[in-house]
Design a protein around this ligand. Structure first.
Ligand code: ADP
Length: 401
C-alpha cells in the first residue's frame, strides 16, 4: 500500500491533474497525468500513465449534470478507482492569489478558505476556479488533507521598487501592488536550473513562461527580483486573449468615451485581446505561426516584440543577463518564436544554434553566445505535489512507503 498525492490545477474551463506515488524517502514518482477540458461546453477527460500510454478517456455531451462540481466528483472517483489499494494521502491545489499574507504553501482549513475567498477581488476571474475544487473535495471528504500552493508566493522576494505602483499610498496600503504570477512554474525552473546548471542558477536569469498566459521572471540566485505580471495576470506580455501592458488611459477611454460597462471592459481585456484580438483569427500560437494572413503575422510579431522588450527591462533589473530560459507551451515547442525572440536580443550578446533550436535541445545557445539560452519543460503539478508532501511531512501526516 502506497501513499499518493493528487495535484490539481483548475482553470475556468479545464482541470489539469497529476497523481504522484510516494516512494522510499518520500520521493514522488509521477504515475498519472491528465486533463478535464471543455468544462461548461463539451467536457472531455483524458489521462495517461508515466510512459505516456492512454489509460482513460471520456467525453460528455454538454448538459446540466456536467458542471465543475459534478466533473470534479467524477474525477475523484476515477482517481480512487485507479488507485485501488493505494491511499490518497492529500490533494494539492494551484491557487492563483495568495495576496500579501500567503507567501508559502498552506494546509487548507475552512478559515483559510474564507481568507482566500476574501482575495477574490484581486483575481476575480481566476480565484473562484482555484477554490471551487477545494470546497467540493472538502464537502465530499472533509478529512482528506488539502494544501494550497500559490502562484504569487515565489515573487514575495520582489524588492519594493519592483512591486510598487506610482499611485497614492493608500492604494498600496490596501494591497494594490505588483504581485506577479506563474510562481509555481518559476519555482520549478529555478529548481531544475540548480540541478542541471548550478553556476547559471546562481546568476542573472530571465525565464520566459510562454503559454496561453505568458510572463517573464527576472531571477538572481533563484529568487524573483522582477516580473512582468502585476496586480493581476493581465499585465506584461501579449497573451492568448489578454492584452498585457496597456496605458491605463485606454481603460478610461473605453469607460468614458465608448460607454463600455466594467464587465464589458473586463471581457475585452481578458478574453478578446492578445493574439486573438490582434489576429482576429485565433489565440493559439500554432494556428497563427501556420497562417499566411497578415494579421496573424502582426500578432506574432507583437508577441515577440513584447517578449524582447520586457526581457531588456528585466535584464536591467538584474544588472545584466547570464541566462535566458524558454518554458511552457510556446516556449517549449516553438523553435520559430524562440529564434525570433533571440534575434531581437542579439544586441545583448544572445546567439542561438539553429540546429539545436530546431531539435528542441536543452541548450540552444552557441558557444560564442554571451547569454546561455535553454529550453526547460515546466511542471507546475510536480511543484504542487512536492509542496503538498512537505506541508504534510511538517505536520507529521504522511507515512510514505
Ligand atoms: P496554458 O497557459 O493553458 O497552460 P500552455 O503552456 O499549454 O498553456 O501553452 C499553450 C500555447 O502553446 C498555445 O498558444 C499553443 O498554440 C502553444 N503551442 C503548443 N505547441 C506549439 C507548437 N508546436 N508551436 C507553437 N505553439 C505551440
Amino acid at each position: 500500500m502506497t501513499d499518493a498525492i493528487l495535484a490539481l490545477n483548475a482553470g475556468s474551463s479545464s482541470i489539469k491533474f497529476a497523481l504522484f506515488k510516494m516512494g522510499p524517502g518520500k520521493t514522488l514518482e509521477p504515475a498519472v497525468r491528465g486533463e478535464m477540458e471543455g468544462i461548461g461546453t463539451e467536457p472531455h477527460f483524458a489521462a495517461h500513465d508515466a510512459a505516456g500510454t492512454e489509460i482513460g478517456q471520456k467525453s460528455w455531451a454538454g448538459n446540466a449534470s456536467t458542471d465543475h462540481d459534478a466533473l470534479l466528483g467524477w474525477l475523484m472517483d476515477w482517481v480512487r478507482h485507479h488507485l485501488g489499494c493505494d491511499v490518497l494521502a492529500a490533494v494539492g491545489h494551484r491557487v492563483v492569489h495568495g495576496g500579501r499574507d500567503f507567501i508559502a504553501p498552506v494546509r487548507l482549513t475552512p478559515e483559510i478558505i474564507a481568507a482566500l475567498d476574501g482575495l477574490t477581488p484581486l483575481a476575480p476571474l481566476h480565484q473562484p476556479h482555484s477554490l471551487a475544487p477545494v470546497r467540493a473535495i472538502m464537502g465530499r471528504q472533509p478529512d482528506l488533507p488539502q494544501v494550497a500552493c500559490f502562484d504569487t508566493a515565489f515573487h514575495h522576494t520582489l524588492p519594493a521598487v519592483a512591486s510598487r505602483y506610482a499611485l497614492p499610498r493608500e492604494y498600496e496600503d490596501e494591497g494594490v501592488r505588483r504581485y506577479g504570477f506563474h510562481g509555481l512554474s518559476y519555482e520549478f525552473i529555478a529548481g531544475r536550473l540548480r540541478e542541471t546548471a548550478p553556476h547559471l542558477a546562481a546568476g542573472r536569469v530571465v525565464v520566459a513562461h510562454l503559454g496561453n498566459g505568458a510572463s517573464l521572471c527576472a531571477m538572481r540566485d533563484g529568487r524573483s527580483l522582477d516580473t512582468t505580471m502585476g496586480f493581476t495576470a493581465l499585465d506584461g506580455l501579449v497573451m492568448g486573449t489578454r492584452c498585457g501592458t496597456l496605458d491605463a488611459g485606454v481603460v478610461l477611454y473605453m469607460l468614458q468615451q465608448k460607454g463600455l460597462s466594467a464587465p464589458d471592459v473586463e471581457q475585452v481585456l481578458y478574453k478578446k485581446s492578445g493574439l486573438l484580438g490582434v489576429s482576429g483569427i485565433s489565440s493559439d500560437m500554432r494556428t497563427l505561426t501556420a497562417s499566411a494572413d497578415p494579421h496573424a503575422r502582426e500578432a506574432v510579431e507583437l508577441f515577440v516584440f513584447r517578449v524582447a522588450r520586457q526581457t531588456a527591462a528585466l535584464a536591467n533589473s538584474l544588472g545584466g543577463l547570464d541566462g535566458f530560459v524558454f518554458t511552457a507551451g510556446i516556449g517549449e515547442h516553438s523553435p520559430a518564436i524562440r529564434e525570433a525572440v533571440c534575434e531581437r536580443l542579439g544586441w545583448l550578446g544572445v546567439r542561438i544554434d539553429r540546429a539545436a533550436n530546431a531539435n528542441h535541445a536543452d541548450r540552444i545557445a552557441t558557444s560564442e553566445s554571451r547569454v546561455d539560452v535553454r529550453v526547460i519543460p515546466t511542471d507546475e503539478e510536480a511543484m504542487i505535489a512536492r509542496h503538498t508532501r512537505d506541508v504534510l511531512s511538517d505536520a507529521g501526516e504522511t507515512g510514505g512507503a
